[in-house]
Each structure stands twice: as C-alpha cells, then as structure tokens.
Design a protein around this ligand. Structure first.
Ligand SMILES: Nc1ncnc2c1ncn2[C@@H]1O[C@H](COP(=O)(O)OP(=O)(O)O)[C@@H](O)[C@H]1O
Ligand SMILES: [Mg+2]
Length: 373
C-alpha cells in the first residue's frame, strides 16, 4: 500500500516561497500527474516526496506512515528523471542489476528479475550494450527498467520523456500507461506538457506559482475548469478568453457584451454578478461553429481571418477579434479550403458551450454541469 497524503506542505528557498498550502491525497495505485508551467514548484514537491528536499511545513504520509524525516532509501520508492544518469561504464544489465546487488539478492534471482523486466520493456537485445551505444529512447527505457526492478510501490517521474522526439514520446506514453496497469503501483508524474498530462493521468493536479489550482480527472478539468488559469492551461489551441461586460445576470444565465458590441448568452449561474460587472468569457476553439446552431439573435462573433492552419482532416482558423489579447482560434472538424486571410467571418458559439470567469478569475457555475450532477 502506498497512498501518498500531503497535508499543508510548504517550502521556501530563503525568502522565496516556492510551495504553499499543498493538500492532496494520492490513492494507492493511482496515476497522478502534476502539471503546470515551468518554475511552479512541481519538481520541488516531487523531491520532497522522495526525501531529496526537506519539508519546511506540513506533513507527508506514505502508506499511512508519517515520512517527513524518513531517509529517501527507506521510503520504498523509485524515481526516474529527465536526464537518465546511467552508469556509463556498466552494461544495461549491470545498470539494471545495480540496486539489486546492493540489496543482497542472490545472483540467480537478480538475473531473472532483470530479464523479466527487460522483456516487459522490450530491451532484452540491449542487455550487453553500454549506454553510449543506445538511442535516447532506449536509454530512457533502461532508466525506467532500473527503477522497476526494485518493484517499488511508489514511482516518481520527473519529466522523463521531455528529451525524446515527438513520436517516441507518444509510444512511451502508451507503454507507461500499460506498465501502470500491470504493476498497479502508485505513480506520480511531473510534466509541463498538458497533452502528456491529459493522456497519462487518472487525475491531474494543476500547479501555478506554488499552489494547486485544481485537482480532478482530465475530463473534469477540461469541461469544468475551476478558474481562468486551468481553463487557459489545458487544451490546444488555448481556450479563447475575451473581456466582456455583464448586461443581464440571472440564475438561469448571463448576457454579456463583448468588445466588438456582440451580445453573448452564457449558460452559467449569474446570481453573484451585477449589471456592469467585468467578466472574462471563455470559448474553446472546437465549440465555434460556422453555421448558426445557436437559434438566437445573439452569440454571433464577427472576426477577420488572420491565418489558417490546414491539418488535412480539420483546420484551425486564427482571427483578429477586437479587445482580444491573442488571436481568436476556431477549430473545424473538416477542411475549409476557401478560407483566405483578411476574409470577414461570422462565427457562432452556443450558450451552453461558453464559460464565464469573474474578476478574481473563478469560474461561474455552469448550468449544464449543475444539471449533470
Ligand atoms: N535548490 C534551489 N535553490 C533555490 N531555489 C530553487 C531551488 N530549486 C528550485 N528552486 C526554485 O523553486 C521554484 C520551483 O522550482 P521547480 O520545483 O524546479 O519548478 P518546476 O519543476 O515546476 O519547473 C523555482 O522558482 C526555482 O527557481
Ligand atoms: Mg521541474
């Protein structure tokens, strides 16, 4: 059993507080991903769990045991880093066997454990090679193998795939998921890559500036982001975020006006808003339509096409929208060959697909979410 409980954890380097009020319970056997922009404290927290960094405040429990002061080697965990420091003078076999030789396992047992693990990772044919004769992907497999042989009940990964090229990353993602299913160990995986987080995590904790913004399953975070940070962080293209003014606000919905004068109905509970309040409207690129599906006189956006990404089976239109910081992105599930730069387009966004965030950045409760629960 290796559930991991973090209670009010905090960490500072000198005057720089890098983590505060971290509360999180990672279940036994869970694949938990820590995601967030660079510098938000993910690695620091992982190293605190590993015992490689001290804990300033709060409590860490691993498998129910208070572990703040337990030395790293006695925490029953294995860690895989981005830079897989294999021993260069040892073969793959020796690298993988190293920690087992320290544990006084018999030679025959070590050999069979390493061979079994190598088979699972499809690196049996590499066992006699030295690290310098391996590709990046192969080295990373060896590093993972070296961690697995000890059969820890808790794995910690810190951006283990970020040195690999795109196609290899996809392949390794699939293998890590499989490995998790087979081993059923608890895994905590740090990444700054939101696609990796969405595809690997059973749950994701989104970090920002030393705090956790939201914890949930990939779909919960995607469909019901708690705030504007999470909304903008997950999803490609990024959610469109537009400044707007409240024209009408009720329990059953909110009517806002965008910078271009366009009126937008949004299916959120508006009871906390007043007329004239400023809000941020969020619309995901894939929820924009070219045809009028809204069946109202509102929710039409007038944009100027800036450029188009043709992906073959779909296309993404980037357009200028008054008052928007970034280009407005709309994703269509089919190609539209006739689109040209500077072309004027009318786009539609249905009320149930629009989000609204108050001035503090918190999401207003979506009505569809309320009825679904
Ligand atoms: N040993 C250290 N000494 C001083 N500051 C550090 C140290 N390690 C990390 N930091 C700072 O802590 C913050 C969080 O770093 P880190 O946990 O590595 O972020 P992430 O992994 O999310 O990119 C950063 O501002 C970083 O500069
Ligand atoms: Mg890091």
């Amino acid at each position: 059993m290796a559930d991991v409980k973090l209670q009010q954890l905090a960490k500072s380097y000198g005057k720089n507080q890098v983590l505060r009020q971290i509360d999180l319970h990672i279940q036994n056997g869970e694949f938990m991903v820590f995601v967030g922009p660079s510098g938000c404290g993910k690695s620091t927290l992982l190293r605190m769990i590993a015992g490689l960094e001290s804990i300033d405040e709060g409590e860490l429990f691993i498998g129910g045991v208070r572990s703040n002061d337990i030395p790293p080697a006695q925490r029953g965990l294995a860690m895989v880093f981005q830079s897989y420091a294999l021993y260069p003078h040892m073969t793959v076999f020796e690298n993988m066997a190293f920690s087992l030789t320290l544990s006084k396992m018999s030679k025959a047992e070590i050999a069979s454990t390493v061979e079994r693990t190598a088979e699972a990772l499809q690196i049996t044919h590499l066992l006699e090679r030295k690290p310098r004769d391996l590709s990046g992907g192969q080295r990373q497999r060896v590093a993972i193998g070296r961690a697995i042989v000890r059969q820890p009940s808790l794995f910690l990964f810190d951006e283990p795939l970020s040195n690999l090229d795109a196609s290899l990353r996809v392949q390794m993602r699939i293998e890590l998921s499989k490995m998790h299913r087979e081993l059923q160990s608890t895994m905590i995986y740090v990444t700054h890559d939101q696609v990796e987080a969405m595809t690997l995590g059973q749950r994701i904790a989104v970090f920002n500036g030393g705090i956790i913004e939201q914890v949930g399953t990939p779909l919960t975070l995607y469909e019901h982001p708690a705030n504007v940070f999470v909304a903008g962080f997950l999803g490609t293209p990024k959610m469109n975020l537009l400044a707007a003014t409240v024209m009408d606000a009720e329990r059953q919905g909110v009517l806002v006006q965008l910078a271009d004068g366009c009126l937008l109905q949004i299916q959120v509970d508006g009871r906390s808003l007043r007329i004239g309040d400023h809000v941020t409207v969020g619309i995901r690129a894939e929820h924009i339509k070219l045809e009028d599906t809204t069946q109202t006189s509102t929710n039409r956006l007038q944009v100027d096409v800036n450029f188009v990404e043709h992906l073959g089976d779909s296309c993404i239109v980037y357009a200028n929208f008054p008052g928007a910081e970034n280009l407005f992105a709309a994703k269509f599930s089919a190609e539209i060959p006739q689109l040209r730069p500077s072309q004027k387009l009318t786009l539609y966004a249905a009320a149930e697909h629009c989000y609204a965030f108050d001035t503090t950045g918190n999401a207003l409760p979506r009505l569809s979410a309320l009825s679904a629960r």
